[in-house]
Design a protein around this ligand. Structure first.
Ligand code: AMP
Ligand code: MG
Length: 344
């Protein structure tokens, strides 16, 4: 199959919408990462997403809408919890995915056999235009091959999926650069299953009590049941061995500088660069968690592109604000390997 590269003109947006209406696959820009979209109400079209990505069939997809009222218009949920409107008023359009009890209309391919559906209203204008022109909600996971880093440019999508999908719409680089926050309203108390650009603190300000799922910070026991199936799959990690150090700023610098005969690099913050005597990959300033979230995947990719295969030392990130999303992705990249220097 030849993959069309489309721009964000209205002609091209209509072309993308026609492909989607006819059951095809299109890579679309959103503010989080690029999505691989199909008509969410067409099970056969959605099944093609899993084949193109090599995604495990038990990992459900997020359904994208272009208005809050689309939830009722397309009859996507069996009941609309009162908290859904509150969350939408505060965070939609934006990087928040809300899980609710699904209606009969949601194909099994979308919900992977669960009785719930994940819904998001993205803020990216091109994403919204494509959804609107398609006249149907769009199921879209990240537009990468399963296991490789989430794509933040149209070129990343081409690198992974050229020849496997009908088209990609180029809408420029993604603003957040990290997948959406996922919260479920299908539990007694709302619970965050995956941290992202909307923080736990912001959600608690709006809803009061919000739980954090165990799998966000901790390694799952073998065979444990997970609320969000995506959490059990290995996220992007570079070929090098990533090790996290639990320690203060100066302990980190000393520890890394003292590993004289080892093949190492540092994944660090801007402030560390002048103090370290090894090669550095910085994800931004120490307290700028949004920049760290945005740059983390890019820096991990660079380490691979540089052909480095030794050990990458990084500090355990803060769990405050968007830092929690950085922590969640980085600890997976490290395979949960943490050296606690505070204990010694
Ligand atoms: P991706 O679209 O690649 O960012 O992945 C979507 C994430 O949302 C995965 O971690 C899924 O497991 C999660 N997800 C989607 N639908 C549901 C659902 N109904 N219940 C729990 N998690 C979900
Ligand atoms: Mg993904």
């Amino acid at each position: 199959m030849k993959t069309l590269l489309l721009q964000n003109s209205s002609d091209d947006i209509n072309k993308a919408a026609d492909i989607l209406k006819n059951g095809g696959l299109v890579g679309i820009p959103t503010e989080t990462v690029y999505g691989l979209a199909a008509d969410a109400l067409n099970g056969k079209a959605v099944a093609k997403i899993f084949t193109a990505k090599g995604r495990p069939m038990d990992n459900p997809l997020i359904v994208h809408i272009s208005e809050f009222s689309d939830i009722e218009k397309y009859n996507l949920v069996s009941e609309l919890p009162k908290f859904a409107k509150k969350l939408a008023d505060n965070f939609w359009p934006g990087p928040l995915t809300i899980i609710m009890k699904k209606s009969e209309i949601i194909p099994d391919e979308v919900s992977a056999g669960l009785d719930t559906v994940a819904i998001r209203f993205p803020s990216h204008t091109v994403a919204r235009q494509i959804i609107r022109a398609s006249g149907t909600p769009l199921a879209a996971p990240s537009a990468n091959l399963s296991g490789s880093p989430s794509p933040t440019t149209a070129q990343h999508v081409i690198n992974d999926l050229d020849g496997k999908i009908d088209a990609v719409v180029d809408g420029g680089a993604c603003e957040v650069g990290l997948e959406s926050t996922v919260i479920t309203l299908a539990t007694d108390v709302p619970r965050v299953l995956r941290p992202g650009g909307v923080t736990l603190e912001q959600l608690r300000d709006v809803l009061g009590e919000v739980e954090l799922d165990d799998a966000v910070l901790n390694k799952l026991a073998d065979g444990a049941e997970v609320a969000s199936p995506g959490m059990k799959y290995k996220h992007y990690s570079p070929k090098a061995n990533v090790v996290l150090l639990k320690c203060g700023d100066s302990e980190y610098i000393n520890y890394v500088n003292n590993r004289k005969n080892e093949n190492i690099v540092a994944l660090c913050c801007d402030e560390d660069i002048p103090l370290l005597n090894v090669k550095t990959y910085s994800i931004g300033r120490r307290n700028d968690y949004a920049s760290q979230a945005n740059r983390l995947f890019d820096e991990l990719r660079k380490i691979d592109n540089d052909g480095f295969s030794g050990t990458v030392y990084s500090r355990l990130p803060s769990v405050n604000g968007v830092g929690l999303a950085v922590y969640n992705r980085l600890i997976r990249a490290a395979g949960f390997e943490v050296i606690d220097l505070e204990k010694n």
